[in-house]
Write a protein that binds this ligand. Structure first.
Ligand SMILES: Nc1ncnc2c1ncn2[C@@H]1O[C@H](COP(=O)(O)OP(=O)(O)OP(=O)(O)O)[C@@H](O)[C@H]1O
Length: 770
């Protein structure tokens, strides 16, 4: 254990290093004093009122934490100005570096925010333990094996949306008497509570900004409510295999799922299963039939709009149920080690996400199926999914997914009248842009049944109420009698809005027609130069005797290296970089379509001269997973993407998003695109940086951008396109680059003046005498 002064020093130094990363604002004039300036005031943020002012005012100003030292009021001001993603990242960092003073401050702030938005308010004088229990997986009621697992995977604490979603499930599945027990020592598990009721439907809408942790917000309660079921299925399978004396096939399969050395580049096959694997022999099947227990149809279904998102979710689930995603054969899996895994084994995840896998359908005995709306109908029709067996249905990116699913298929999936149902079912509708349009859902009464549905956001959770019922004073309808029955503690679908992360910084660059690529290349180069300048500055400051903080940072981070690796904090601390260096810019660039992205790659590669390694992620590309993996590992630093990848994909340690694609007709897509940066744990979510999103557009799009910004309610900064760097003093290299750019990035040698393409076309027509 380190002493408190060292702890404070590392905290201060970390703050400094983190803030240096905001070099891009004013690269050259950067100085250490400047670096310590607080970041600009946030502009849009639905802050929660403090519910415990007295305790807040007693909080010490903690010198040398991520909070700038100052008076108690200053500290509180800084805390309140933090978005939830940022606060959670800081809390996690403080714990990782054992800075308990700071951790307590962040924890209390989070506990306040979570409790003030809770459906059932906790009184101020109620035991603080109860309040803080909300902040832990265990306290929420997560299955014990899963508590171990999420910790081992680097998610030691739930995020606020995860807390609220879990609490929503807790309240839904509780009787009035049980509610007070939920966070104390309730004897029965979540699953037992679900099973003790006659079969019925429950609904949870999870609505929160991009990168707030919505995937685990449904995954953890889902696995907690399926825990025993999965263990039972495991036992039944084993028994069936013993009965027919043919254990090998499935055992091999089970070992493969648990012990696979790597899912790199073949993750899809890994989770989808290869041909022949996973299927029991005919004899085994017959014996399953005899046992009278059906373990053939999946118990959970996750519907996603794209293949990439499906794979990402499958891989997370794969890890949660004991799968081992070692990067290489020699890499130590440390705390992720499967031998410490105590959960149900051999859980089978079946993905039907493209034509190839759709041909085969789901493997027999799939426990959790993951598919897109495109293939859902076929799976239902072929009997691969029996709706009456489903205990959990998730629509991730629900707004889009539901739009893409026909009414007929929704009916098949959800119109599963309760009297015929064998099991209770929880449906989760999840997304950053799920809105009141859900009310028009054809099967709304089945998906979000009255009195049995909740809304969970990053700041609150509350039962879903019909708009007109809100006026009924003291309304006590539904099973939640006696808890929070005042209208204020209820929510309606109209409370749902588009959730744009308030921490993001938006920039608009209006450039002349057809020069977007050129502008992008110049901005990327400038960013690299600024990054190098900031790094040099850091190196100099380390040499400077007066600046001991960075030296301490270096030493202490060396000391905590294992801890950081263990806690999977590499993305935050940029472990691949030398200790006193910043993380190299890592960006995603969105293009309007596949052709433009493909065309851009060659010219951009030339233009970056190897300073950036560039890859392109195409929806129908050959190896989307290896490209994503290469970007994840840092082998690529610029990823060109298409609108297909704007939703849900979690690109680690991203510093910046650029877009040459303006989804002005559907602002929801801008929100998702922007939300690839500024996510929990990313550089861009850490104080002083905020995710940065730069749209490079032509003059025709300028107004549309402005309208979109107004619609989504964000402020933006206008940035001038970078000028050519050629002056009398330019060296030969610069001139050569300039000339090359003119040929490769402008795409044509035409004179691109301020006219629009249509005007330019007119000129062409004239030239050609048309
Ligand atoms: N409890 C946690 N502790 C630490 N990190 C977490 C936790 N939960 C999620 N994360 C990290 O936060 C990031 C965002 O999570 P996730 O992809 O679930 O966000 P999301 O809300 O679904 O975003 P989007 O709307 O863009 O799909 C991921 O990198 C994930 O690993």
């Amino acid at each position: 254990m380190r002493g408190p002064s060292a702890v404070a020093a590392i905290a201060a130094a970390t703050t400094l290093a983190v803030e240096v990363r905001s070099w891009s604002v004013s690269p050259i004039s950067i100085g250490l004093t400047k670096l310590q300036n607080p970041r600009p005031q946030r502009r849009h943020h639905d802050r929660l009122p403090s519910t415990n002012n007295e305790r807040r005012s007693r909080r010490p100003a903690v010198a040398g934490t991520a909070l700038h030292s100052g008076s108690s009021d200053d500290v509180q001001h800084q805390l309140r100005s933090m978005g939830l993603n940022e606060l959670q990242t800081q809390f996690r960092l403080a714990i990782a570096r054992e800075d308990m003073d700071a951790a307590i401050i962040f924890r209390d702030e989070l506990a306040d925010r979570v409790s003030s938005g809770a459906y059932r308010e906790i009184d101020d004088d109620e035991d603080a333990e109860v309040k803080n229990a909300r902040l832990s997986w265990k306290g929420l009621g997560t299955a014990p094996w899963l508590v171990d697992r999420v910790e081992a995977l680097g998610y030691p604490l739930p995020t606020t949306i995860q807390i609220n979603s879990f609490e929503a499930v807790n309240v839904l599945l509780s009787t009035v008497d049980q509610i007070s027990l939920i966070r104390s020592n309730a004897d029965d598990t979540l699953e037992e509570r679900l099973e003790s009721r006659s079969p019925q439907n429950f609904g949870v809408v999870i609505s929160g900004s991009t990168g707030s942790g919505k995937t685990l917000a449904y995954m953890v309660p889902t696995l907690s409510t399926l825990s025993q079921t999965l263990f039972t299925r495991q036992r039944i399978r084993l028994k069936a295999e013993e009965d027919v004396g043919d254990m090998m096939g499935d055992l091999l399969d089970r070992v493969m799922v648990q012990a696979s050395p790597s899912v790199r580049g073949q993750g899809y096959e890994q989770v989808g299963g290869k041909e022949g694997r996973g299927a029991l022999t005919g004899a085994a099947l017959a014996s399953l039939g005899k046992s009278g227990t059906d373990v053939k149809s999946p118990v959970a279904l996750i519907v996603v709009p794209t293949r990439e998102l499906g794979v990402q979710i499958a891989l997370l689930l794969f890890e949660l149920v004991g799968g081992n995603k070692k990067g290489s054969a020699t890499e130590s899996s440390g705390r992720r080690n499967m031998f410490k895994y105590k959960g149900p084994k051999g859980v089978k995840i079946g993905c039907v996400l493209d034509d190839n896998t759709a041909k085969e359908g789901l493997k027999l005995q799939t426990d959790v199926a993951i598919t897109t709306p495109q293939y859902l109908g076929r799976l239902l029709q072929d009997g691969d999914i029996d709706p009456s067996m489903l205990r959990v249905v998730v629509y991730d990116e629900a707004d889009l997914g539901l739009e893409q699913t026909s009414e007929e298929i929704l009916n098949q999936l959800f119109e599963n009248k309760e009297q015929k149902q064998k099991f209770s079912r929880i449906s989760y509708l999840v997304g950053a842009t799920v809105t009141e349009s859900l009310a028009s859902l054809a099967v709304k009464d089945e998906v979000l049944p009255d009195g049995k549905s909740f809304i969970a956001t990053a700041t609150r959770f509350a039962p879903l109420t019909k708009e007109d019922e809100l006026d009924v004073e003291g309304d006590t309808s539904g099973p939640m009698v006696g808890i929070g029955s005042s209208p204020d503690s209820r929510a309606t679908l109209s409370d749902l809005g588009l959730c744009l992360d308030p921490g993001l910084r938006h920039e608009r660059v209006v450039t002349t027609y057809n020069t977007e690529l050129l502008c992008l290349a110049r901005m990327l180069r400038q960013e690299l130069k600024d990054f190098e300048a900031a790094n040099e500055l850091l190196a100099e400051s380390v040499d400077d005797e007066s600046d001991t903080l960075l030296k301490q940072l270096e030493e202490l981070r060396e000391e905590t290296k294992d801890l950081e690796q263990d806690s999977d904090l590499a993305s935050v601390f940029a472990m691949k970089e030398p200790q006193n260096k910043l993380q190299k810019p890592r960006v995603v660039v969105f293009f309007p379509d596949e052709d433009e992205a493909k065309d851009a790659i060659f010219s951009l590669r030339d233009a970056m001269w190897g300073d950036h390694k560039i890859g392109v992620l195409l929806p129908k590309g050959e190896q989307p997973l290896s490209i994503m993996e290469a970007f994840k590992n840092g082998d690529l630093s610029v990823l060109l993407a298409t609108p297909n990848s704007v939703r849900g994909l979690d690109f680690p340690a991203l510093t910046h998003v650029y877009t040459l694609f303006l989804p002005s007709e559907d602002p929801r897509e801008y929100l998702h695109l922007a939300g690839r940066v500024g996510r929990i744990g990313q550089q861009g979510s850490v104080k002083g940086i905020g995710g940065r999103v730069t749209a490079i557009i032509d003059p025709d799009e300028a107004n549309a951008y402005d309208e979109m910004a107004k619609f989504l309610g964000f402020d933006y900064e206008d940035i001038s396109p970078p000028e050519s760097a050629i002056t009398d003093e330019s060296d030969v290299e610069d001139v050569r680059r300039f000339l090359e750019d003119s040929y490769t990035l402008l795409g044509t040698a035409e004179d691109f003046d301020e006219k629009s393409p249509s005007e330019n076309e007119g000129d062409e027509d004239k030239e050609q005498g048309r």
